[in-house]
Design a protein around this ligand. Structure first.
Ligand SMILES: Nc1ncnc2c1ncn2[C@@H]1O[C@H](COP(=O)(O)OP(=O)(O)OP(=O)(O)O)[C@@H](O)[C@H]1O
Length: 246
């Protein structure tokens, strides 16, 4: 359903993505791992047009965001990016809005949903992430784990077909990562299509259907967690895993 081919992205003279290609099927959970600076975030951000690529193609369900380096019309870009919800490392909640208002803003403004509909959906999603009692609280009064769960609920408000997570637990104290990973696991069990950039190897092993290992702007190896964690032929991923577990 997501098809990425020969993606290229440079920042000045720095080639950050070099011919990145992969596909994600409906319902698949992909974990993207790799050293710092390998291009994981840039790849993810390119999918939702937060980065403009220099070449290659991205399509979702056959609709192109960019084809051979040429972007679709504004309308086309909107249609493709609307299929994806994104969750960032640093939450990106609106600080001047309550939790409920953070959730309801985009559905009302972008989709023109009625107050009644967005309130109903907001309450359901807050319940789902275990924060029904925080609806009228401002982000400053939430823990990092709670903020991230609000960010996930906010992304789900737009009914995305695909959820993208960019290191969703990296900014959290270790004791708060579990509550966020639990919500992502719940989505995986409901067969939400997801791409999760993560440094949480245990999570990648447990939840991902497939792991993509990126290094220096390339997908170096990819396979099931079992393959990557245990088979000798995936030696570069294994070497990385051993380094990161030290
Ligand atoms: N806006 C930018 N301008 C210039 N260079 C950038 C920009 N964004 C990213 N880079 C560079 O691109 C490279 C890849 O960055 P990216 O954030 O995609 O890596 P990453 O694999 O997600 O790293 P990390 O795990 O540390 O988040 C890095 O060398 C980074 O410094």
């Amino acid at each position: 359903m997501i098809e990425v081919s020969n993606l290229k992205k440079s920042f000045g003279a720095l080639d950050v993505l070099k011919n990145v290609s992969f596909q994600v099927e409906k319902g698949e959970v992909i974990a993207v791992i790799g050293p710092s600076g390998s291009g994981k975030s840039t790849m993810l951000r390119s999918l939702v047009h937060l980065e403009q690529v220099n070449g290659g193609s991205i399509s979702v369900d056959g609709e192109y965001l960019v084809k051979d380096g040429v972007y679709s019309s504004q309308q086309g870009i909107k249609q493709v990016t609307a299929k994806m919800g994104m969750v960032f490392q640093h939450f990106h909640l609106f600080p001047h809005l309550t939790v409920r208002e953070n959730l309801e803003l985009a559905p009302r403004l972008v989709k023109g949903e009625s107050r009644e509909d967005s309130q109903k959906k907001g309450s359901e999603l807050l319940q789902r992430v275990g924060l029904q009692d925080k609806a009228d609280v401002y982000p400053a009064n939430l823990s990092g784990g709670q903020k991230q769960r609000v960010a996930i609920a906010r992304a789900l408000m737009m009914n995305p077909a695909i959820m993208l997570f960019d290191e969703p637990t990296s900014a959290l104290d270790p004791e708060l990562t579990g509550e966020v990973l639990q919500v992502i696991k719940q989505l995986a069990s409901e067969h939400m299509t997801m791409i999760v950039v993560t440094h949480e190897m245990g999570f990648a092993r447990e939840v991902a259907d497939r792991i993509i290992f990126m290094d220096h702007g390339e997908i170096v190896e990819s396979g099931s967690p079992d393959q990557l964690f245990h088979q000798p032929r995936f030696e570069r991923t294994r070497a990385f895993l051993q380094r990161s577990l030290k």
